[in-house]
Design a binder for this molecule. Structure first.
Ligand SMILES: Cc1ncc(COP(=O)(O)O)c(C=O)c1O
Length: 392
């Protein structure tokens, strides 16, 4: 006999993603499936120096417990970047460090959601975050996202139902690669202001715009009603698990209490290493290198798509981030394309699990992780799977 699991565990949605990470790691597989950064773009030497310097100069305090909300100099650095680059005027007290930005979603769910509360998510939306919120039993309401961003008419109707939160990715969305246009941002800001609904603006890919930061972050438009989440996972290293949320003053006390009760504090050793890395390197130059690297990967990937995929397939050309959204003709089954490609050695990510409704004819493709040779091999497999499934 074992005790029964809590309702929270049975409410937590299964993740399609992690199963595919294991399949993708098998020898000989090509993967367009996961959201992993390109290994060759990690600055291993810079991080080695930073680790060494932290341990040489600061070993006693670096290995000790630290502030529950995170290492203060790094929070100051992030607050300074928020003010200078994002036009979000905050002090370090408004920056709460977390173990990756994924932990922000769990903390926000814990802070705001009771079973049956309304929560708006994008359709399609980022499955990892939705899985995290699902543990708190909200009623999800999906608003469609297209090439210019969220459908503001649907958002307006959804907000009338009095939801607690709206989770969004305005920049280079996972899974679609879509971004909100300037007009959509303005409309969303007007809808959110004083609506009583807290918007979560997930900016995991915001620094990876190939032309830099083109659009305003939404937090700069309605600072009191938006939590901005950020991460060093897609720029410096996901394994170090350093993320943060930028919260309004009215949330600071509750956010600290919730985080402390979960983990006492996040990983301040890695926060110190990243702070040192940022002090010793020109971050903007480093980001420019990443942007150029990912942009050229995108171009190779798009050329290979042009060469290998049948004409009936459609896709977008993202200006940043790591994902391309592939659509097969309306009514066709992209899950079948995924399965046939898998049998032939290519892992893709079906789009259906990212949807509250619809999406059966979509696939998410990550162009950041595979090498150039893998892109060419994988795309030939994908082309043959599309042709065989669609009977072309
Ligand atoms: C849109 C988005 N948000 C958040 C995360 C979580 O990242 P991390 O916890 O590594 O910061 C991911 C990871 O892939 C993501 O794609």
């Amino acid at each position: 006999m074992h005790p029964g699991f809590s309702k929270r565990v049975s409410d937590t949605m299964d993740s399609f993603i992690m199963g595919l990470v294991e399949v993708a790691a098998r020898p000989g597989m090509v993967s367009f499936a996961t959201g992993l950064p390109d290994n060759s773009l990690f600055d291993v030497d810079g991080l080695r120096r930073a680790v060494d310097d932290v341990l040489t100069d600061d070993s006693a305090s670096a290995l000790q417990y630290d502030c529950p909300n995170g290492y203060i100099p790094l929070r100051q650095r992030i607050a300074e970047r928020c003010s200078r680059v994002l036009c979000v005027d905050v002090g370090y007290e408004n920056i709460i460090m977390t173990n990756g930005s994924q932990e922000c979603f769990d903390q926000l769910g814990k802070m705001f959601l009771d079973r049956g509360d309304g929560m708006i998510v994008e359709n399609p939306g980022y499955l990892g975050a939705i899985q995290s919120f699902s543990a708190y039993g909200p009623d999800f309401d999906g608003v469609d996202v297209g090439p210019d961003g969220v459908d503001t008419e649907q958002l307006s109707v959804a907000l009338e139902k009095g939801p607690k939160m709206f989770y969004s990715i305005p920049n280079y969305q996972n899974p679609s690669g879509f971004s909100y246009s300037a007009g959509v941002r303005r409309e969303v800001a007007d809808l959110i202001a004083d609506s009583g609904c807290l918007m979560i603006e997930d900016d995991a890919y915001g620094e990876l715009g190939y032309r830099g930061r083109v659009n305003k972050v939404m937090k700069s438009m309605v600072p009191d009603d938006i939590v901005l989440t950020g991460s060093f996972s897609k720029t410096i290293s996901p394994g170090m698990r350093v993320g943060w949320m930028v919260i309004p003053d009215w949330m600071v006390g509750s956010a600290s209490k919730c985080l402390e009760s979960s983990s006492l504090q996040s990983n301040t050793f890695c926060q110190r290493v990243i702070d040192r890395f940022l002090a010793e390197n020109d971050y903007d130059r480093f980001l420019d290198g990443l942007r150029r690297g990912y942009e050229s990967k995108r171009d190779i990937f798009l050329d290979a798509m042009e060469d290998s995929l049948p004409d009936c397939m459609q896709w977008n050309r993202p200006d940043g981030g790591m994902f391309i959204w592939l659509r097969s003709p309306e009514g066709s089954d992209a899950m079948r394309i995924h399965e046939v490609a898998l049998e032939r050695g290519l892992v893709t990510m079906p789009g259906r699990p990212f949807h509250v409704r619809g999406g059966s004819n979509t696939l998410r493709l990550n162009f950041a992780t595979p090498s150039e040779d893998q892109i060419l091999d994988g795309m030939r497999i994908l082309g043959s799977a599309c042709r065989d499934v669609l009977g072309i």
